[in-house]
Ligand binder design. Sequence first.
Ligand code: ADP
Length: 508
Amino acid sequence: MSSVAVKPLRIVLAASEAVPFFKTGGLADVAGALTKALADCGHEVTLIIPDYTPLRQNKAGLPAVHDTGLQFTIDMNGRSVTGEVNWARYPQSTATVLLVRQAAYFDRGQPYGDAGGGYADNSERFCFFSRAVPEICRLMVLRPDVLHCNDWQTGLIPALLNSRYAQIAGFEQTASVMTIHNMAYQGAFWKMDMLLTGMHWGFYNPSHMEAWGSLNLLKTGLAFADQLTTVSPTYAREICTPEGGCGLDGLLRWRQSALTGILNGIDIDVWNPATDPLLPAPFSADNWQTGKARCKAHLQQRLGLASSPRTPLIGMVSRLVDQKGLDLIAGCASALLHRRVQLAFLGTGDARYESLLRDLAKRHPEQVSAVIGFDESLAHQIEAGADLFLMPSQFEPCGLNQMYSQRYGTIPIVRQVGGLADSVSHYDGTPAGLETATGFVFADYSMAGFSTAVEQALSAWQDAAVWNRLVRNGMHRDWSWQQSADRYVAVYHEALAKVASRKAENRL
Ligand code: ADP
């Protein structure tokens, strides 16, 4: 339970993916873990996600999903589209999960797109989902205090609350909060897709739903929501600048007083090296050497790398896209290999990065492994078995892997951006620095900056006392969701206060 005495709120979270049901990236981890953390604080939480039915049907260990019998219809530009609602209990939680079923939109091989890119009807799919959320709240009489939306796929919801649903029973006090998980993905579509939004054409203007000549669903959420959050304090500052704002920095500066950066937590039950069923040997912050050494040996064997306890093993688990700094890795790869390290990559993404890593592994099979795919168990085993972990991102709203790494005794090498800057303490080589340091942080997005950090890390690897201290510092850090959940609740109350004062003004 929360340390802060709170009045229970009725919270509806809307997201396009959430663990344990569907995951393509960090959004799913956050949506799932925040749901659980808020329910653990005593709030009444409902998580609403699309039901990508075929993707969950073959997945082991999911909670049972039941049909509610509820059907609803949305007028999508003159065409009536019917959806259904399934429900499940969130694992080990009092929270409810509602899964929006619409076979034509969501029974696909992937949530957002295939090898050819995003699905051509993504605008329609997620306008439907966004319109389904308040409609389901209405039909199920959920009467939310707060509707918490995440990323562009749900950006239409705050606009609907301020227009169509403003006068509807059950939404009198409902406040909206919009969380930005990544400014680089905005849901920008052809302006005629306004017809799918259920919003009046008058809102297609630069103060509301239009940005740079397109309908922009992230902007819509940012313009209409009562409060805005993003996933780290540093990223909250970065997105208000022209470099970080991806074209929406003007709006964000205008709304800066409503914007809060809240660092994500991690699910410390799922990511716990002492109990993780996916590891060949458990280990804990107080006794990690033997277990971690066994995890490393197992990983080297699984990936076909040379069995060598003294060779530093560097891991990376990532979407393979420009954001993640793969051009720096490509540029430094041969220098790294000369330093006699091993590299273990796991990821999917842009074809050119996939083939670059595959080629590297083919040319250096004992030193480099590249698994192109999405593999939860290997992700856990790399976090546990590697000595070092790479995240040289161009930008990184929060990043989760650097937190998983520290919890698993794996030293992160990260760029000083976004949540990486907020969650990794650089080791500057001094005894005072060693008291709190947990990794290596570089500022310049350049091969020189990245190589220097790698050199610093490899020289720390040579000194067992330094290394052990870095590992211990990282493993003892608290990454639980409790603190972050309390901050979200504070934001919810700010949003509710805003709604209350708006209503009071309207009554005058
Ligand atoms: P982003 O959301 O930008 O992809 P994050 O670091 O916030 O980056 O979160 C990524 C999440 O997805 C982490 O939990 C990471 O372990 C997981 N992940 C990314 N790629 C893979 C993969 N190929 N296989 C398994 N897990 C992956």
